[in-house]
Write a protein that binds this ligand. Sequence first.
Ligand code: GLN
Length: 548
Amino acid sequence: MKDTKAKYIFVTGGVSSSLGKGIIAASLAKLLQENGYRVTIQKLDPYINIDPGTLNPYEHGECFVTEDGAETDLDLGHYERFLNTPTSQANNVTSGRIYQAVIEKERKGEFLGKTVQVIPHITNEIKDRIQILGNSGLYDIVITEIGGTVGDIESLPFVEAIRQMRWELGKENTTIIHLTLVPFLAAAGELKTKPTQHSVKTLLESGIQADILVCRTEHHLNAELRKKIALFTNVAQEAVIESIDAPTIYDVPNLMLDEGLDKVVLKSLELPYNNKPALNSWNAFLSRLKNPKQEVTIGLVGKYVTLHDAYKSIVEAFIHAGASTETKVNIEWLHSDKINANNSKNKLKNLDGILVAPGFGERGVAGKLLTIKYARENDIPFLGICYGMQMAVIEYAQNVLGLQDANSTEIDENTSNPVIDLMDSQKNITRKGGTMRLGNWSCELKTDSLAAKIYQTSAIQERHRHRYELNNKYADALQAAGMKISGINKETNLGEIVELPNHSWFVGVQYHPEYKSTVEKPHPLFVSFVQAAANNKMKNHANMAQKI
Ligand code: GLN
C-alpha cells in the first residue's frame, strides 16, 4: 500500500435506503471545507452497470455529468452544489467498473496465473479506487459514501475493503459514519432505537465498528435516548448525531453544525478543529432563499416528470437562481405526453416561464413542439435544454421556415429535412455506454447576443450529454428566418445556442447548464431566465390592470 497523507471518512447506511447519505456527506464536507480542509466526496455504487448512463431515469434519477465527461450518480451533483468544486470520473465507481477493470487485468495476464477472487482482487481494486483520490495530493480528507444498505449481498466487497483500509491505515486515519433511521411509532408514541442497534450489529458482523452514528428522525432525540443508543452500539454519546427532517437540503449543514458532527469527525481523525464554521455566504444564500420578494411559476415539460429526481439538477438550479433573484420559483410539472392541441393553451396560459427538458426518444415530442410554439407565439420566456433546444429548432423549421417534415433523425430517420442530425463521428457508433458527446466543451458567444449579455463574457465552457446536433446545412435558412445561432463550438463549428431576438427571452442550449449551478455560483442562464419570468409576470399583471 502506498503512503498517503489524506484521511478517510466512510459513510455507510442502515435500516432503510433514502436516508440522505449523500446530503449528510455533502453537509459534512461543507463544514470541513469551512474549517480549512481540502475535501472531496466519492460515491461507490454496488450495482453492475459500468455507470448510470444507460439507466432509465425512472430507475436511478438523473444522470449527472462531470467536467471530464463521466456519467455519474446524482449525488455527485449535490457534492458539487454544496462544495462548489468539480468532481470527476474518480468520484463515482460502480461494482461494474471494478469488475471490468479486474477482468481486463486478468486478460492481460497481470495476475500471473493466480486464481482471481473477490478477496483480494476485487477488494484491492476498490481500495485503489478510493486511494486514487487520497494519493492525488489534492485533498486532506476523502469522504467515501457506500451506496445501498449494510447487509446487502452486493455491497459486501465494499464493506470488506473499508475494513481492510481501517486495519492498514489505522483508526486515526479512517472514520466510519453509519447513517440509520430512528422511527417514531405513533401507536406507542415512542422513538424506537432497536433498528439502529441491529444495523450497527450488522456492520459489526463484517468487522467494522461504527465511530459515529447519524440518526435520521422525525422527532428530536433526547439525552436519554442518545445515551441508550450509545451504550448499545459502543459509540461515544457525543457521536450520536441527530439528523432531523429539514425543510430543505440546504438546512442540513447548519443542523450538522449544531449537532457537532464536524467536531466529532475531526476529533476522531485526530485533526485540529481550527474554527467554528461561520457559513457566511451559505447563510446569506439561505436567508435570500427563505425570504423571497417575488414569486414565479415555471412549467417544466418533460416525460419523466412523475419522478422529480429525474430532473434534480434543474430543480436545484432553480433554487439557486431563485435565491439569487429573491424569487420563489414554483415548478409546475407537465408531462409532455399529455399536452395536445386541445389542451395546450389551458395548460400553459398561466405560466410565467417555460422550460422544455432534456430527453431521448419519440414519446412526448408532439407535446414539446406544441409547448414551444405556444411560448414562441405568446412571448413567454422559454429555456430549452438539450432535447429542448433541438425541439425549438424543429418547431421553428416546421412552423416558421415551413419545412413541415423537419425533424431530428432520432425521431424520423427518413425525414427529408433533418434539421437535427447525428454528427459523422457518431454515425458508426453502436455501443451505448459512454459514447455520447460528453463533458466540457468550449463555446464562443456572438457579441451582440442575449447569451453574451447573460454570461458577461464571450468564451464559456459547458457540459454536454447528447448524440444529435443542429445540422449546419440549415444554419443559414434558420438565421435568415430570425433564429440566431448565438454560440458555436469553434473546433467542430457546431451550433450550441439558439435564440430569438424578436422574442423577450427565448434561449435553447445544446448543453446542460444545470450541472454547473452551485449555491455559491448560481448559473447565469437560470438567473436571467427566472428574472425574465418575473418580468413577464409583472407585464401581464400591468396589462390586466389596464384592461380593468
Ligand atoms: N436525445 C438527444 C440527443 O441524444 C438529446 C439528449 C439530451 O437531452 N440530453 O442528442
